[in-house]
Design a protein around this ligand. Structure first.
Ligand code: FAD
Length: 560
């Protein structure tokens, strides 16, 4: 069952208070108030009634066992939506207009197949649920045209199936959470090295299903680079792909399954490329002059094959806001003075995480990278700032909960663009977000960082922050999100670099892959999921006809 607090991120005991500097900045620049809006108790959350008839329930119990079919309030509430800003706003509002009729927890891949067949016969939509950390409406419990909807929680399908250290391969079950996967791999001396910020609460199957990217993806590869083989259960049967290191046996079926977001089947196992645990690591921070010049430094680094495993550059605004939010306090003044003496009035912070088989390997790689950085005017800030980032790498989402409590809109969105169009995309998306927020009378802060480098381009990850528009929180968010998505599409960039398509990006998918491309994806879905029960309304299954499924910004309406 869901590991997280029902109304927000993570588990109790890790809450992040808003530091005094951050509070002062948001009060002065956004006009937030000191008032607190705590989430309601779980019992007060209103859900649509469960439509699970007794006969349907017993048919599902026959497949997975009676203990693993749940329709209690808490199970339904914790499997209704993901962890995007609009999800949290709706949970905190005390009313959801979507919820699964039941939550199923199959224990084996065979039970998953049986559950899908049963759901097809019973006309129940199925939403695969890993960690439920989707930020694009991917796990929203939409029934679509079907009689009901179940969340298929992968929480019992966990653990290492097989490891082949000699070949650098490991097979893990789809529901394995990040820390559990790494702990099992570490006992064999290997690592996957995939660390999305949601690492603690997201699963292997979720990563593969959304083509996720981790903080170390510049060095270790995205999850799609790491998948060698997959086992997928679909209503029509099982598909198993990719036994060998490479093949010329026609189009690569893996590519159809990776990123399929639960719309064609359930990833029950994945075989991934793993490597030896690095013998040496080093975190450090640098300051660079201006975002345009800094991105040139990143291009030079990656094209010379000297980027660090983690290479993360904040623009001027993100650097300023992060320093305030980190509660850096009096040290910030000294740091700013130090940078000014080096001509860096509005610096961009660069965090680097180096890895090597041993200290000598790390040193050689780092020295080559440092030469490139110095040639671009970078000033070292030493190891402490880098180590502080590494210590806090999973803390940010807890602060988001505190900001929501203080009536703040805070959301993120991401894209990727070529080096040639990166800055133009950066400016266009930033302008769209600022314009949308200002037009509603809630001018905002727009921050950006680059954290995934490729020889041909890089990702752009935006955070936008504003005072919530009370009573119109979802409309305010929806307007900003749509404006940014339109700007991304107009710049010719991708609608998502790693969050996936889900419900929120689906209206922009046809523009990116073309109507014929979309038809091709739909034909694969029709083969594996002939009655269309798998995750309705998401990815390739979205049409303007089902735009009203669930409330993510439109006025509240009944969904079935
Ligand atoms: C605070 C926060 C930080 C985040 N940081 C990152 C980041 O750094 N990088 C990144 O890429 N993403 C990030 N995300 C987004 C999210 O964590 C990723 O998309 C992650 O891969 C989802 O994994 P999950 O197990 O939670 O999947 P879920 O949210 O449960 O599901 C995501 C989608 O995949 C489908 N799915 C899940 N499991 C399976 C399966 N076994 N088979 C088939 N379909 C399945 C679901 O139906 C849904 O469509 C972040 C999200 C949050 C809230």
């Amino acid at each position: 069952m869901s590991r997280q607090r029902w109304w927000g991120w993570g588990v109790d005991g890790h809450d992040q208070p808003l530091p005094a500097d951050g509070d002062a900045l948001l009060t002065a620049e956004l006009g937030i108030s000191p008032d607190r809006r705590e989430p309601p108790p779980l019992e007060a959350l209103v859900l649509p009634p469960s439509a699970l008839a007794p006969g349907v329930r017993s048919a599902l119990e026959n497949v997975v066992g009676s203990a693993w079919v749940r329709d209690d309030h808490a199970s339904r509430a914790t499997h209704a939506v993901g962890r995007a800003y609009p999800d949290l706003v709706r949970l905190r509002s005390g009313r959801l207009d979507v919820a699964p009729d039941a939550v199923l927890q199959p224990g084996t891949a065979v039970e998953v197949l049986g559950a899908l067949r049963a759901c097809a016969q019973l006309d129940l939509a199925v939403v695969a649920f890993g960690g439920g950390t989707s930020v694009v409406g991917g796990v929203e419990a939409l029934a679509g045209e079907h009689a009901g909807v179940v969340a298929l929680d992968l929480g019992r399908l966990t653990g290492l199936v097989h490891v082949d250290v000699r070949s650098g391969l490991a097979t893990l079950r789809g529901g394995t959470f990040g820390p559990d996967a790494e702990a099992e791999l570490a006992s064999h001396g290997v690592t996957l090295g995939h660390h999305p910020q949601s690492f603690e609460f997201s699963t292997l199957g979720g990563w593969v299903a959304t083509r996720s990217a981790g903080q170390a993806s510049t060095g270790s590869g995205r999850i799609d680079d790491l998948v060698q083989g997959l086992r997928l259960a679909a209503p029509a049967g099982e598909v198993v792909t990719g036994a060998g290191p490479a093949t010329a046996a026609g189009p690569d079926l893996r590519e159809l399954l990776v990123g399929s977001e639960g719309t064609i089947g359930i990833i029950t196992e994945a075989t991934l490329r793993v490597r030896r645990v690095p013998g040496a690591t080093r975190f450090e921070a640098w300051a660079l002059p201006g975002f345009a010049a800094s991105t040139e430094a990143l291009r030079a680094l990656v094209q010379a094959d000297t980027a660090a495993t983690i290479t993360r550059l904040s623009d001027e605004e993100e650097t300023r806001v992060s320093l305030a939010m980190a509660g850096a306090g009096p040290g910030v003044g000294a740091l700013k003075a130090y940078l000014r003496t080096r001509g860096l009035d509005r610096p961009c912070l660069l965090v680097l995480g180096w890895e090597g088989a041993d200290a000598a390997g790390l040193r050689a790689r780092r020295e080559a990278g440092v030469r490139v950085l110095r040639a671009h005017g970078a000033v070292t800030l030493g190891r402490k700032a880098g180590e502080a980032w590494a210590r806090r790498r999973y803390h940010g989402p807890y602060l988001r909960d505190e900001l929501l409590t203080r009536g703040v809109l805070i959301d993120t969105l991401e894209t990727a663009a070529t080096w040639t169009s990166l800055l133009e995309t950066y400016r266009a998306v930033g302008a769209a977000l600022r314009g949308s927020l200002a037009a509603r009378g809630t001018p905002g802060l727009v921050c950006c960082h680059v954290s995934h480098l490729y020889r041909t381009g890089a990702s752009l990850y935006f955070t936008f922050i504003a005072r919530q528009e009370e009573g119109a929180e979802l409309e305010q968010w929806h307007a900003a999100k749509a404006a940014a998505s339109d700007a991304i599409a107009a710049a010719g960039a991708t609608i998502t670099h790693h969050h996936g398509v889900g419900r929120d990006h689906a209206p922009w998918l046809a523009g990116e892959v073309g109507e014929l491309g979309l038809a091709l994806l739909r034909s694969a879905k029709a083969t594996l999921d002939p009655t269309g029960i798998m995750n309705p309304g998401k990815l390739m299954d979205w049409t303007s006809d089902n735009a009203g499924y669930g409330n993510r910004g439109e006025p509240l309406r009944e969904v079935r």
